[in-house]
Design a protein around this ligand. Structure first.
Ligand code: SAM
Length: 248
């Protein structure tokens, strides 16, 4: 049997590519890439030649393509799965083939590497011992607020991905959902030439987003709820009267 290998690719700085990634690009029998053009761009920058067959493997076809790829693994092929940047499966394709490989009892492994979540978390200066990753916030205001309200009592450090065109609205909603004083970090263009980390309260970061709109890719890291905030967010204990009603 062959193997499925998930491999992380650089999130901006090509020098972060591991030797293992380069060897896999050269030697894998099949490379399943989120965007084949970006794969070849990466290979060019790394000075490697992609040796195997390249197929497009993205959010829209990953379920359909996984079984075909795993049939190849069954006959001995190494199938390399890469996304446009960072770790496959983290807001990127890859999970479908991992699940099917587990179901079919086929080997799956990982050549780990850059991911914006951990890079931002580590640079935020906020507690890293416990954190939760929440991916992208919902696009619409009402859903976003509902989502943030559900997180009001979350004590762990919270990591979100965000885009430049939604950051101003997201900051308004973060202020409304978590209040002005929580510490946060806005981590932008990580590993790239114009990497920038803005740290401060939610209110302060919101001000900077208005006065100096951040461009490029970004991650938001928000401090978890304090004891008081967690208590305030906890559903109120049932009163005796409520329990009497429930008992009826
Ligand atoms: N799989 C990727 C990973 O492991 O980080 C994430 C892919 S997700 C589609 C893309 C988002 O990741 C961007 O919108 C941004 O929020 C974040 N991101 C990726 N590269 C980044 C970078 N260099 N600096 C800051 N954020 C980045």
């Amino acid at each position: 049997k062959g193997t499925v290998v998930l491999a992380a690719t650089p999130i901006g700085n090509s020098s972060d590519a591991s030797d293992r990634l380069k060897a896999l690009l050269e030697r894998a029998d099949i490379v399943a890439a989120e965007d084949t053009r970006r794969l070849f761009d990466l290979a060019n920058r790394l000075g490697v030649r992609v040796g195997g067959r390249v197929i497009a493997y993205h959010d829209h076809n990953e379920r359909d393509k996984s079984d075909g790829l795993l049939d190849q693994v069954e006959t001995g092929a190494t199938v390399l799965v890469v996304s446009d940047a960072g770790m496959p499966t983290i807001n990127d394709p890859g999970l479908a083939i991992v699940r099917r490989a587990i179901e079919r009892g086929l080997p799956v492994t990982c050549a780990p590497g850059p991911s914006a979540v951990l890079d931002a978390l580590a640079l935020s200066g906020l507690p890293t011992d416990r954190f939760c990753y929440e991916g992208f916030l919902p696009r619409k205001h009402a859903e976003r607020m509902q989502y943030l309200r559900a997180l009001q009592g979350e004590r762990r450090t919270i990591v979100f991905y965000e885009t430049p065109h939604r950051i101003a609205d997201a900051m308004d909603d973060l202020l409304e959902g978590f209040g002005p004083n929580r510490p946060m970090a806005l981590c932008r263009e990580l590993t790239k030439e114009y990497e920038e980390i803005r740290r401060g309260s939610i209110a302060h970061i919101r001000e900077t987003v208005i006065s100096d709109p951040p461009r490029g890719e970004m991650v938001l890291v928000i401090g978890g709820a304090s004891d008081e905030e967690a208590q305030a967010a906890a559903p109120a204990a049932l009163s005796v009267e409520d329990m009497a009603v429930l008992a009826i």
